[in-house]
Write a protein that binds this ligand. Sequence first.
Ligand code: FAD
Length: 447
Amino acid sequence: MAISRRKALQFSGVLVATTALNASNKIDGLKLKEAVKTNTSYNAPLSPAKGPRVVVVGGGWSGLSIAKYTKIFAPNADVVLVEQRYEFISGPLSNLWLVDKIELEFLTHDYLQAARENNYTYFHATAIDLDRKNRILKTSDGDVSFDYLVFAPGIDYDYSRWTKDIAFETRLRQEYPAGFIPGSEHITLRNKVLNFKGGNFILTVPSGNYRCMPAPYERACIIADYFKQKKLKAKVILLDENNAITIKKEGFQSAFDKLYSDYLEYHPNTKIQNIDLDKKIVETEFNEISFEEAAFYPHVRGAKILERVGIAKDANNMLEGDINTLTYEVNDEKDIYITGDSRPMGFSKSGNTSNSEGHYVATLIAQKINKSKKIKWESPTTACFSAVSIAPERAIYIYTQYAYNKTDSTFKFTSTSSSENWLKDGAVNADSNRAWATALYMDMFSK
Ligand SMILES: Cc1cc2nc3c(=O)[nH]c(=O)nc-3n(C[C@H](O)[C@H](O)[C@H](O)COP(=O)(O)OP(=O)(O)OC[C@H]3O[C@@H](n4cnc5c(N)ncnc54)[C@H](O)[C@@H]3O)c2cc1C
């Protein structure tokens, strides 16, 4: 079954009515337990809060959604989005940009517009520390006091399973970036692909809950198709630490077999043991593979800022026990939340998941501000398209939600469906992919 534009939007959750919760201006009492030493400080250049202040760290798919919807559901809240970037660049659909199938403009969006249209403040700064006792977020541009605080800082890479040598790690980050945090990494990768003359182009898939399960397979297909169209003597070598394709297996496997047998080699269950960047050789348990170019995607962890500010002991191995998995609140810190790809729950680390979860977290915060009736837990929605070819453009799709098991406090997939027959449904899915992205960008950046 192909996924029509209408269905795609319906499934993504952005058509869900945004009924505002009751507004009343009372701020919850402060119940913080732990005192931390305060540093000398200066105030951020922000107007005094006119209502309960909600500070959101990170303007990605999660933070943007929380900032907008908190203001809708609790109009008296004074919402500040703290983001270290000057503009937003989308991860979703960025693989198409690597081969010029989509404009950078389509992926790039304006934080100022998002803040203007949705009546909150975009504060360009980096969060660096937290004074829990006095409820102050310390940033590179001064202190911001808060009543509610959300950390949605996304991921950091964890290279430790490949190397403990910082100099070598720096070379990997700089010369062969993973391309899973949009910005310069993507530009480097794009130039590598567009300028590739031939030979082996290595891509890797980490194990664990890495950012966007299907994206490395999608990227492999897109780059292989690009080499095919250009009739290059070139191969994408996809080294996967997992035993098999982790998601949309049927669709990706048939694309590998039917479309790219001469351009893509897939190696499941393959752990890298050594990388020689000078000789350009990767050693695995089974063999040595030489390469002309590569993008090494290491393991993924919750952003390090969570440890820096003391709300996660080890964001690399954050446990579900570190936060309340139903309310996203940090344990012992009633009004501090961790959301998006940083969360420890095993939800898919994807844009739609973060965005839909953001709607829910916004209702939780608004409910506290408004002192209105408690709301029930809502599952995030994972709705994800992946391109399998660029000429013609065809895509596959998966949808899933999560069910909470009270007995063992775990989540499992539920209501899963997919559309993986790219030969039959691929063109419609590709069209819906762009429609989905447009709708989500509107949800985050427009009124
Ligand atoms: C190549 C690629 C393809 C993808 N494809 C899809 C797809 O098809 N569908 C899909 O649903 N998802 C896809 N994703 C995944 C999606 O992009 C992520 O899951 C999503 O961005 C997670 O949202 P987030 O808000 O948690 O983190 P992010 O979007 O990474 O946002 C975190 C933000 O926090 C900011 N930040 C971090 N630390 C600080 C600090 N200390 N102070 C201030 N700001 C800070 C960062 O600058 C960043 O803007 C893809 C990702 C990539 C890279």
